[in-house]
Write a new protein. Structure first.
Length: 647
């Protein structure tokens, strides 16, 4: 039944076969009609609940078991009390009849039900009436919990009303359950009464813009944000407390009580409530900078706009005439000219909130060669708040690491460890723009689509599996740092300071935007080879000595034969020449031979002796190959005497 004093949900009203509401469905407004069963039974201009019940009973309706019908000592039915309260207090009606607790910014159903019970206590209902009424409360938790929960909720409500020192039926300074649009209805005038949360909330909302967001998937059920003039920031509760303290200090030199602060926060949350799907995600061509929002397509700088859901800002001012001579001088000292366009595109790519290019970056070179200083400049330029610092191995194996990339423009890790990388699923998802499931400790998991660019530096590439997929290698852009310099901390500090002045940062921005526009136009980085086989070969040669030896000296030949012992002894001798430690286990070496060349191990007889051989490979050097057996024929199940005349 849809009763007066409640918001009638249009979807719940009876409908015809064509889906349209039956005649008399109010659609909008409150208490204009009463709907029972499939037809309108009465229209009430004044909407008293007693008239509604009388009209319903004349149609043969009787209250269901559990329907509030108790009377107080004065004889007024409980249903009539609830109807009056609902007419007077829209928020109570929404909570009690519709269960719309998230609409008002409550963090849980418990707190919403506490507000409902508090409203009934203030309205003068007895505990018996409240207990009976709460059995029909649409929030629903009361019916699910035991007596201890109910007693606690009642006790809190009574304590709240008592602490406010208000009469049960005459308060207008208690729990904020008034209509959203009734902020200014209070008689307190200019807000001089500092105990009234409504004018205080209004004053704070005139100073700042807030959003109470329902179901931000990465942050839980609801989250409270404030606009700092350039971007949306999480944690508006602390800002409300700070501003409220300032307001009260100006008026009465006092600090807000926890109750008043909670009330003000709830009012602001209720009046700024918005669903996640209503947030306006900024277009990719817009970059949020310190002094405005830059359109990279037109070059226009627009004012910051709270209607655009930017949650980060690049702390650089846009100045189209700015240059960066110190940075370009440093770049010329650490990299050859042919590498500069790729670094320029990389800096620009970090500004872009998409994994458009599907690439990660490995800065490689021995010793002090400028890699770390370049990454420090990048961090200070784009802003530390926009940077995460997780290594490649941690992202793959630590289930909490991926969450650190939420909202970040770039992930930078210098000096990667040499821990072997046994898998690459997370890496490929991060660079491919896929949605990922992430976790935070003691919180629910969530999914999001990261756009953080992965940049690592190392002296040596980390080991990977021999059978790693081509997609892993294809995603990398490897940038060589060929020069070495003396380790001079004072010089390093000076370079960093000179390259991160406000003028230099604005100049780097112009330079990086040029690289970004070139990247978006060509669709690839200048140094991007796009050849997974070539990158695989280099990676494996540098990280796997056995791979380096085998690909250098051995090749596939379906008819070729090499005695296993000969191959292994040559490998051991080669390792000694390279200064590598001696190894004894042959299992991994044998597996690599089979993986690389599809070679087949055999046991045969050679000159009367049993030998283990590889079939399907040969030495690239002819002199070595001539020392191996030939004329191998495996047609007979018996062992052949290889190298002996056939009869």
């Amino acid at each position: 039944m849809c009763g007066p004093g409640t918001r009638i949900n249009h979807a719940k009203c009876p409908r015809k076969a064509d889906g349209k509401p039956k005649e008399g469905c109010p659609g909008e407004g409150y208490g204009e009609y009463t709907v029972l069963g499939t037809e309108v039974i009465a229209t009430f201009p004044g909407n008293p609940l007693t008239q509604l019940l009388d009209a319903a009973k004349q149609r043969g309706w009787e209250p269901a078991r559990g329907t509030p019908s108790a009377q107080n000592n004065g004889g007024e039915p409980l249903a009539q009390k609830l109807g009056k309260l609902a007419q007077k207090d829209r928020k109570f009606a929404d909570l009690y009849f519709d269960g719309a607790w998230e609409r008002y910014g409550y963090p849980s159903r418990s707190e919403a039900e506490e507000a409902v019970v508090t409203a009934m206590v203030r309205a003068g209902l007895s505990d018996e009436e409240i207990i009976q009424a709460m059995e029909q409360c649409a929030v629903g938790k009361w019916q699910e919990r035991d007596q201890s929960y109910r007693k606690l909720t009642l006790r809190k409500a009574h304590e709240y009303v008592f602490q406010r020192r208000v009469a049960p039926d005459g308060d207008k300074h208690g729990e904020p359950t008034s209509n959203e649009g009734d902020v200014d209805k209070d008689d307190s005038g200019d807000g001089g009464d500092t105990s009234d949360p409504w004018p205080l909330a209004q004053k704070l909302m005139e100073k700042r813009v807030y959003r109470k967001v329902q179901h931000i998937s990465a942050l839980g059920a609801t989250s409270f944000w404030w606009f700092d003039g350039a971007a949306w920031r999480l944690g508006a509760e602390e800002v409300v407390e700070k501003d409220l303290t300032e307001v009260l200090s100006n008026q009465a030199d006092t600090k807000p009580s926890s109750t008043l602060l909670d009330q003000v926060i709830r009012i602001i949350g209720a009046k700024s409530w918005v669903a996640e799907k209503q947030l306006q995600e900024p277009p990719l061509n817009l970059i949020n900078l310190r002094n405005g929002i830059l359109d990279i397509e037109t070059g226009e700088l627009h004012p910051h706009n709270p209607q655009l859901w930017f949650t980060s800002v690049i702390d650089v001012e846009y100045n189209p005439n700015a240059e960066c001579p110190n940075f370009l001088k440093f770049l010329s000292e650490i990299l050859p000219p042919e590498a500069h366009p790729t670094i320029q595109e990389l800096f620009g790519y970090t500004l872009y909130r998409s994994s458009y290019a599907r690439r990660a970056f490995m800065l490689i070179g021995e010793g002090n060669n400028g890699k770390s200083i370049l990454l420090d400049i990048l961090t200070q330029w784009i802003g530390e708040e926009n940077v995460s610092n997780k290594n490649l191995q941690d992202l793959e194996y630590n289930r909490f690491s991926v969450a650190r990339l939420l909202g970040k423009h770039v992930n930078i890790f210098a000096d990667l460890p040499q821990t072997p990388l046994g898998k690459s699923e997370v890496f490929r998802a991060l660079t491919g723009g896929d949605r990922l499931e992430a976790e935070r400790k003691h919180r629910d998991s969530f999914s999001f689509q990261p756009y953080a660019k992965l940049i690592f530096s190392t002296n040596k590439l980390p080991p990977v599996r021999e059978d790693e997929v081509d997609a892993f290698f294809k995603r990398w852009v490897i940038i060589e740092f060929p020069y070495q310099f003396e380790d001079d901390p004072a010089k390093r500090k000076q370079i960093l300071a000179e390259c991160t002045t406000e003028e230099e940062k604005s100049g780097i921005l112009n330079w990086a935007l040029e690289g970004l526009r070139r990247l978006l136009k060509t669709g690839k980085f200048t140094a991007d080879e796009g050849d997974s086989a070539k990158i695989r070969d280099r990676w494996m040669r540098e990280t796997n000595p056995a791979y380096d030896f085998l690909t250098t000296y051995v090749e596939r030949d379906p008819k070729g034969i090499i005695i296993k012992k000969n191959l292994w002894n040559q490998y051991i001798a080669w390792r000694e020449e390279q200064g590598l430690p001696t190894i004894e286990r042959q299992n991994e070496f044998s597996q690599l031979v089979q993986t690389l060349f599809r070679a087949e191990p055999k046991r045969v007889r050679i000159n009367g002796e049993r030998q283990h051989i590889w079939v399907g490979i040969r030495w690239k050097d002819q002199d070595r190959q001539e020392q191996e057996p030939s004329n191998f024929d495996d047609d007979d199940d018996k062992y052949k005497r290889l190298g002996e005349p056939a009869f």
